[in-house]
Design a protein around this ligand. Structure first.
Ligand SMILES: Cc1cc2nc3c(=O)[nH]c(=O)nc-3n(C[C@H](O)[C@H](O)[C@H](O)COP(=O)(O)OP(=O)(O)OC[C@H]3O[C@@H](n4cnc5c(N)ncnc54)[C@H](O)[C@@H]3O)c2cc1C
Length: 390
C-alpha cells in the first residue's frame, strides 16, 4: 500500500471498500477522476470479504442483472491477471434430487438459447461420474453452467485496493469512518472520525449493511432489510476434489433464474422441508485454494441490524443436509462465521442520488460479487464532473 499524503480535494470520494465501493473507486480512477476511497477497517472485512467468492451468471435471470453478471466476469478475468489473484473457472452444478427436479433442469437446458450463458444437462450417471464426492442415492441429474467463476474474496479485495492505491489517480484512506457528508454548492464535504475533512464533486456511499452512520433517515424510509448468513469451513482429510462448485436443489426454489424458468415451464417445485425453509438454508459447497470445503448458507432476515451470534441449529442442519448430498464425507469444522448484507426488497438494489452528487448504493442482496463490478462500471460511465444523477 502506498504511504501517500492526502489532498483535501478530489473529483470523487467513495465511502466503503467492499465490492461496491472498491469497484466504484476502481472505475472512477479508470475514468481519470482523482479519487479517494475511505474504508473503516484496514481492508474490507464485511460481506465482501466473508462470502463464497462465487460469480454466478447462472443464478441471474436473463436481462439487466444477467448482463451485469457477464460484464463482471470479464472484469474479474482482466483483473485476476493484472493482480495475480487466481480466478477458478470451475462452473456450477445445480443438483436434482427428485425426478421432477431432473425433468425441470433437463427442460431448462433444452430451452436455453442464451449463448452468453451456456448450460448442459447431466443425467444421474453423468453427474456421479463428474465428482467423486456426490452421493448416487441423492442425485437424479444436474445442470452444469461452465461459465461460473470463483475467487478468494478477501485476497482479491486486498490486492485490488493495494493496486488502485498505488496508482496516481486514487488514494486509499483505511481505518477511517466517514461520519458526515454534506452538500455545499458545487462540492460535497466529507468529515471523518479522525477529524479530517475532504471535498469532492461526487460522493459514492457504499456502506453495505451500515445504514446507521450516514443518512439513516433516508434508508429508514426505504424497502431495505438485513440478511444474516452463516458459513462453515470444513477440513478435507482425504484431499477430495469437488471439480465444480455444487448447489443443492434448494437453489432451484430460491434464485430468480430458476424461479423464472419454473414460471415459463408452468411448474412449481415444492420448497424444501419446513425446517430448512424456516432457517433460510440452501446448501452450496465450494473449495478454497487449500482444497478445504466452504459450506453455506442460511438466510435470517430482519428489519433491525442482526447480531453476529451463530446458531448451533443452523450449523447442524447445514451439515446434516450436506451429508445427504455427499457420500461418506469426512471432515471437521475448521471455522465458522456469519456475514450480513442488505437487500432492497422490490427492485433488488437501493440506489438514490441526493443533491445530484451524493450517490447512496446498497441493498444489492446476495448478488453483490456477481454483479457489483458491472454495476459500478455502468454508474461511472454515466458520470460527468458537473452535478448529475446516475
Ligand atoms: C456469507 C455470504 C455469502 C455470499 N456469497 C456470495 C457469492 O458467492 N456471490 C455473490 O455474488 N454474492 C455473495 N454474497 C453477497 C455479497 O457478499 C454482497 O452482496 C456484497 O458483499 C455487498 O457489498 P457491499 O460493498 O454493498 O457491502 P460490504 O461488503 O458490507 O462493504 C461495505 C464496506 O463499507 C465500510 N463502511 C461502512 N460504513 C462506512 C463508513 N461510514 N466509513 C467508512 N467505511 C464504511 C465497511 O467497513 C465495509 O467494508 C454473499 C454474502 C454473504 C454475507
Amino acid at each position: 500500500m502506498s504511504t501517500q499524503t492526502y489532498s483535501s480535494e478530489y473529483d470523487v470520494i467513495v465511502i466503503g471498500g467492499g465490492v461496491l465501493g472498491a469497484f466504484h473507486a476502481y472505475f472512477a480512477m479508470r475514468q481519470g477522476f482523482k479519487t479517494l476511497l475511505i474504508e473503516r477497517n484496514v481492508f474490507p472485512q464485511q460481506a465482501s470479504a466473508r462470502n463464497f467468492g462465487l460469480i454466478i451468471p447462472s443464478a441471474m435471470p436473463a436481462g439487466r442483472w444477467r448482463d451485469r453478471a457477464i460484464a463482471s466476469c470479464e472484469i474479474y478475468s482482466e483483473l485476476s491477471e493484472l493482480l495475480g489473484v487466481p480466478l477458478q473457472r470451475m462452473g456450477t452444478q445445480y443438483l436434482a434430487h427428485t425426478e421432477a427436479e431432473a425433468d425441470f433442469l433437463r427442460q431448462m437446458a433444452l430451452s436455453s438459447e442464451d449463448s452468453l450463458c451456456p448450460v448442459e444437462f447431466y443425467t444421474a450417471e453423468e453427474t456421479i461420474r463428474s465428482s467423486c464426492c456426490l452421493n448416487p442415492e441423492f442425485c437424479q441429474g444436474s445442470l452444469f453452467f461452465p461459465q461460473d467463476l470463483q475467487l478468494d474474496p478477501d485476497q482479491f479485495f486486498r490486492a485490488l485496493i493495494n493496486w488502485i492505491a498505488c496508482t496516481s489517480d486514487c488514494d486509499y484512506l483505511p481505518n477511517t469512518t466517514a461520519i458526515s457528508v454534506e452538500s455545499q454548492g458545487s462540492h460535497n464535504r466529507v468529515k471523518t472520525s479522525s477529524g479530517r475533512e475532504f471535498q469532492a464533486y461526487h460522493v459514492f456511499v457504499c456502506s453495505g449493511a451500515d445504514l446507521q452512520t450516514l443518512f439513516p433517515d433516508v434508508y429508514s424510509t426505504r424497502n431495505l432489510q438485513y440478511c444474516k448468513l452463516q458459513m462453515l469451513k470444513l477440513s478435507n482429510p482425504e484431499n477430495r476434489t469437488l471439480g465444480t462448485s455444487i448447489a443443492s436443489p434448494i437453489a432451484l426454489t430460491r434464485y430468480p433464474a430458476f424461479l423464472n424458468a419454473q414460471f415459463l415451464q408452468g411448474v412449481s417445485l415444492p420448497a424444501p422441508d419446513p425446517v430448512l425453509e424456516e432457517l433460510g438454508i440452501q446448501i452450496w459447497i465450494t473449495q478454497n485454494q487449500n482444497n478445504e470445503f466452504i459450506l453455506g448458507d442460511s438466510h435470517a432476515y430482519s428489519t433491525d441490524p442482526p447480531t453476529e451470534f451463530l446458531s448451533a441449529e443452523v450449523e447442524a442442519q447445514m451439515i446434516n443436509y450436506a451429508r445427504k448430498m455427499f457420500v461418506k464425507l469426512d471432515f471437521q469444522v475448521l471455522d465458522r462465521w456469519c456475514g450480513i448484507y442488505t437487500e432492497e426488497q422490490s427492485t433488488g438494489l437501493f440506489q438514490q442520488t441526493l443533491d445530484e452528487s451524493i450517490h447512496l448504493i446498497t441493498g444489492i442482496g446476495s448478488k453483490g460479487m456477481t454483479t457489483g463490478p458491472g454495476l459500478a462500471r455502468e454508474n461511472l460511465s454515466q458520470l460527468s464532473l458537473s452535478k448529475s444523477r446516475i
